[in-house]
Design a protein around this ligand. Structure first.
Ligand code: AMP
Ligand code: ZN
Length: 437
């Protein structure tokens, strides 16, 4: 196999060189963080008042971890390390409750993020001759614009199709000779079944590759997409707190994702004891930004469970590979690629006076896509109302939920005391989707 490197000066260096580069960058990130309201206080409490207090990479463990709740608490500008006038873009992700977590980018941040995505795309064998259809949500979600800029940086023709409307997707693929697509794995499976329904012949398309990410999926699911669509599928991992896509990506070897360690300092910890785990053991990934100006984030608890490979990759890159994400150490649900916390649903449902005390969140597969149903008990008085009133209430709950979580749920109203009551910790989520790892 012939390998190609977008940043050979970063991808093909020695481990020691990488470590010294990481130490310099870590000091810069700490210096930036010290300028923010949030880290200014946080770091002072741990006795770090200047970047010179960091003298080795191990010193990162002196820094307390950052959580999604910290980002919410610092909303809107508590973690901003530059003047607002230097910020050129923001993206946002769902928080555990209504407050989103917002990430800010300076012009340099956009450039380095695009470079990381370009590097990821290029490592799969794509070149400027490719036509790239980006079938993922644009907007506040980072997947759309992140891949868009990365694709342009490689020099590919980028078609910003966004998701949905498969008939139009097929049309674009045929009209422009799309060779590579980006989507969630569930949307790729959906596309394949629509292809059969709509009688789209495989040989009328020029597809060769797909980047699939934003949600967990198994090796079996990858193989299935590859066989059905006759393409190579590459796993793409990222999170908005660390820019978005372009954190870890599979190279042509398709065996684990290279984590771009020159841009992110990675640790794997035991989520219960917070101890650092040796390479090869599964734990929670903790990441520190090494090249972000506007908003450095130190020791971010991703909640994603994975492990480092211990052997180097045949492609010769210095950056270590992580395994497919095995799940999360919190209760976040990913529904058709959208992150949802059960607490967001609870806030809406419990905020309505007509609603009783119990509710149940059901997540299941409907074909290849995920379906969310929220069953809520309504108090006895309301339940006696005529069906028109009940329908209006159901619609009100559905609409409020959709506005809050951006996924359209089915809402079922049930009588008080009809949902199972568990002794001890309430079990409010029934996720019957096949385990995806
Ligand atoms: P967001 O901040 O909205 O981009 O969501 C990021 C989260 O999506 C991550 O923390 C993961 O839980 C999940 N995620 C993203 N990419 C993958 C992937 N390739 N495999 C499994 N989970 C993923
Ligand atoms: Zn590799």
């Amino acid at each position: 196999m012939e390998f190609q490197y977008w940043h050979p000066d970063r991808e093909k260096i020695g481990r020691e060189e990488l470590r010294s580069l990481q130490l310099d960058a870590l000091k810069k990130s700490v210096a930036g963080a010290l300028r923010t309201d949030f880290y200014g206080k946080r770091l002072a409490e741990s006795g770090i008042s200047s970047a010179d207090d960091i003298t080795s990479l191990d010193d990162v463990r002196r820094i307390p971890v950052t959580t999604k709740n910290d980002l919410r608490a610092a909303f809107p500008y508590g973690m901003l390390a530059v003047d607002k006038s230097e910020v050129v873009r923001l993206h946002a992700s769902s928080g555990t409750t209504g407050v989103p977590t917002t990430i800010y980018f300076s012009r340099n941040d956009i450039a380095s993020w695009s470079g990381l995505v370009a590097r990821s795309i290029y490592s799969t064998g794509c070149t400027e001759a490719d036509v790239f259809q980006n079938m993922i949500t644009y907007g506040l979600f980072t997947g759309g614009l992140g891949f868009h800029y990365g694709g342009e940086e490689v020099g590919m023709l980028v078609i910003p199709s966004g998701p949905g409307n498969t008939t139009r997707q097929f049309r674009l693929m045929r009209d422009f000779g799309t060779t590579v697509v980006h989507a969630t794995p569930s949307f790729l499976l959906h596309v394949e079944s629509r292809m059969r329904d709509e009688g789209v012949r495989r040989d009328s398309l020029s597809l060769k590759r797909a980047f699939a990410g934003a949600e967990p999926y198994s090796e079996d699911a990858r193989r299935r997409i590859e066989e059905l669509l006759q393409i190579d599928v590459f796993n793409s991992y990222g999170l908005s707190e660390m820019n978005g896509p372009g954190v870890a990506f599979e190279c042509q070897c398709k065996n684990g994702m290279h984590l771009w360690e020159d841009a992110f300092l990675a640790e794997i910890i035991d989520p219960d004891t917070m101890e650092t785990l040796p390479d090869g053991e599964t734990g929670e990934l903790v990441l520190t930004t090494l090249s972000r100006e506007a908003m450095p984030v130190l020791r971010y608890r991703t909640r994603d469970m994975t492990a480092f490979y211990t052997e180097p990759c045949p492609c010769g890159r210095v950056q270590r590979r992580i395994r497919r994400i095995k799940g999360r150490s919190d209760d976040m649900l990913i529904i058709n690629g959208v992150n949802i916390f059960p607490s967001q649903i609870e806030e809406v449902v419990m905020g309505m006076k007509e609603v009783g005390n119990n509710y149940l969140i059901i997540v299941e597969k409907d074909g290849f896509l995920d379906r969310l149903t929220v069953k809520t008990e309504v108090n006895a008085e309301t339940f006696k109302d005529d069906s028109r009133k009940l329908n209006a209430l159901r619609e009100k709950i559905r609409h409020t939920l959709q506005t809050t979580i951006t996924v359209n749920p089915r809402v079922e109203l049930v009588e008080s005391n009809s949902l199972p009551v568990s002794e001890g910790k309430a079990k409010r989520v029934l996720d019957s989707r096949p385990r995806s790892w």
